[in-house]
Design a protein around this ligand. Structure first.
Ligand code: F6P
Length: 339
């Protein structure tokens, strides 16, 4: 059989390992594999390449995606026919689409049109339903926590409070995990629970009690009255470019306390680094399961982690609504932050 693969949305560490495992399995069993360049753009423009085994091997344990990525939406652009023509032209029997909610939303539409499409969850945001983990999240947390823990001593030495901004869009998983893996005394996430006043109070209490500069983490997707997003750019899927809210938080903090904090926007650092073993294992499990499903003639499903197993669910059941932090999980974690 002839397989095609694309990697969409924001990239993360672990994608290149997934491509390697996918090729390993398929080549071992006598199938073909081509990679579409820049996510759905490769299918709109018919740009694809053979995935060479040696190149895949050489790019293991590197971040990014060797296929490239782009935020294009063939459905919204009215280019579905181009996608279908490309698949026909390339003789692709099975399409493996890796990415987050946007990428998999398009995959679901194509499956509805009768194509064999299998989805694979990959997003540092870890906001996809139907899987306990998305590929890339574990490495993003490790990279971020290492960066903050490497910086915080300088803040303490200079007595500058630190406000760290984490990606994650409308889900606070990344920000919360960074807070738990660093000496943060406060965290603001889109799911709520700690508002700006509470965050400022927690930081002041920390400084008073320990004598040390305080660290707080804010998720990029929080709402802040003084931070206007009405004119912010949007991508092809309608997502707002969120970056920058931490500067608004810092301004409010300074107004309230007279102390001038340092802002650290983690940004693309969160997508970098060597994939941690948990992500490499996930990449391997997802690759195997995606091939199993396709060879069994299944379509319109997404592989996902359920406990210790890799299972699958219909794409239609998991896309469209994001997995955010449940209130009880958030409350429990907030009790554990530095005092
Ligand atoms: O969805 C992954 C993500 O990293 C989000 O956390 C972030 O808001 C977004 O991508 C940034 O996208 P871009 O790379 O297009 O600026």
């Amino acid at each position: 059989m002839r397989f095609g693969v694309l990697t969409g949305g924001g990239d993360s560490a672990g994608i290149n390992d997934f491509l390697y495992f996918l090729a390993q399995r398929l080549y071992r069993e006598g199938h073909n594999l081509i990679g579409f360049e820049n996510s759905w753009e490769g299918l709109i423009l018919n740009k694809a390449r053979e995935l060479d085994h040696n190149q895949l091997e050489a790019q293991r344990f590197t971040p990014g995606t060797l296929l490239g990525t782009a935020r294009r939406n063939p459905i919204k652009e009215g280019k579905t026919n181009d996608v279908l023509a490309t698949l026909e032209d390339r003789g692709v029997d099975v399409l493996i689409a890796m990415g987050g909610d946007d990428t998999l939303g398009v995959a679901n539409e194509l499956a509805k049109q009768g194509l064999t499409v299998i989805g694979v969850p990959q997003t540092i945001d870890d906001d996809l339903r139907g899987t306990e983990r998305s590929l890339g999240y574990a490495t993003a947390v490790k990279m971020s926590a290492d960066a903050v823990n490497a910086t915080v001593n300088s803040n303490i030495a200079h007595d500058r409070d630190m406000i760290v901004e984490a990606m994650g869009r409308d889900a606070g998983w990344l920000a919360l995990a960074i807070a738990i893996n660093t000496p943060a005394c406060a965290v603001m996430v889109p799911e709520g629970r700690m508002d700006l006043d509470e965050m400022i109070e927690a930081m002041q209490n920390y400084k008073r009690r320990t004598g040390k500069a305080a660290l707080a983490v804010v998720a990029e997707g929080i709402e802040l009255e003084s931070f206007d997003r009405s004119t912010a750019a949007r991508d092809a899927f309608g997502n707002i470019a969120y970056e920058g809210v931490s500067h608004g938080v810092a301004a409010e903090y300074k107004k309230a306390t007279g102390r001038s904090p340092r802002v650290q926007v983690l940004g693309y650092l969160m997508r970098g680094g060597t994939p941690v073993p948990a992500d490499v294992e996930l990449a391997a499990g997802f690759a195997n399961k995606a091939v199993d499903l396709a060879l069994a003639g299944r379509t319109g499903e997404m592989v996902g982690l359920a406990g210790k197993e890799i299972k699958s669910q219909p794409l239609a059941d998991v896309i469209g609504v994001k997995k955010t932090i449940p209130a009880d999980v958030l409350s429990e974690k907030l009790k554990l932050l530095a005092l």
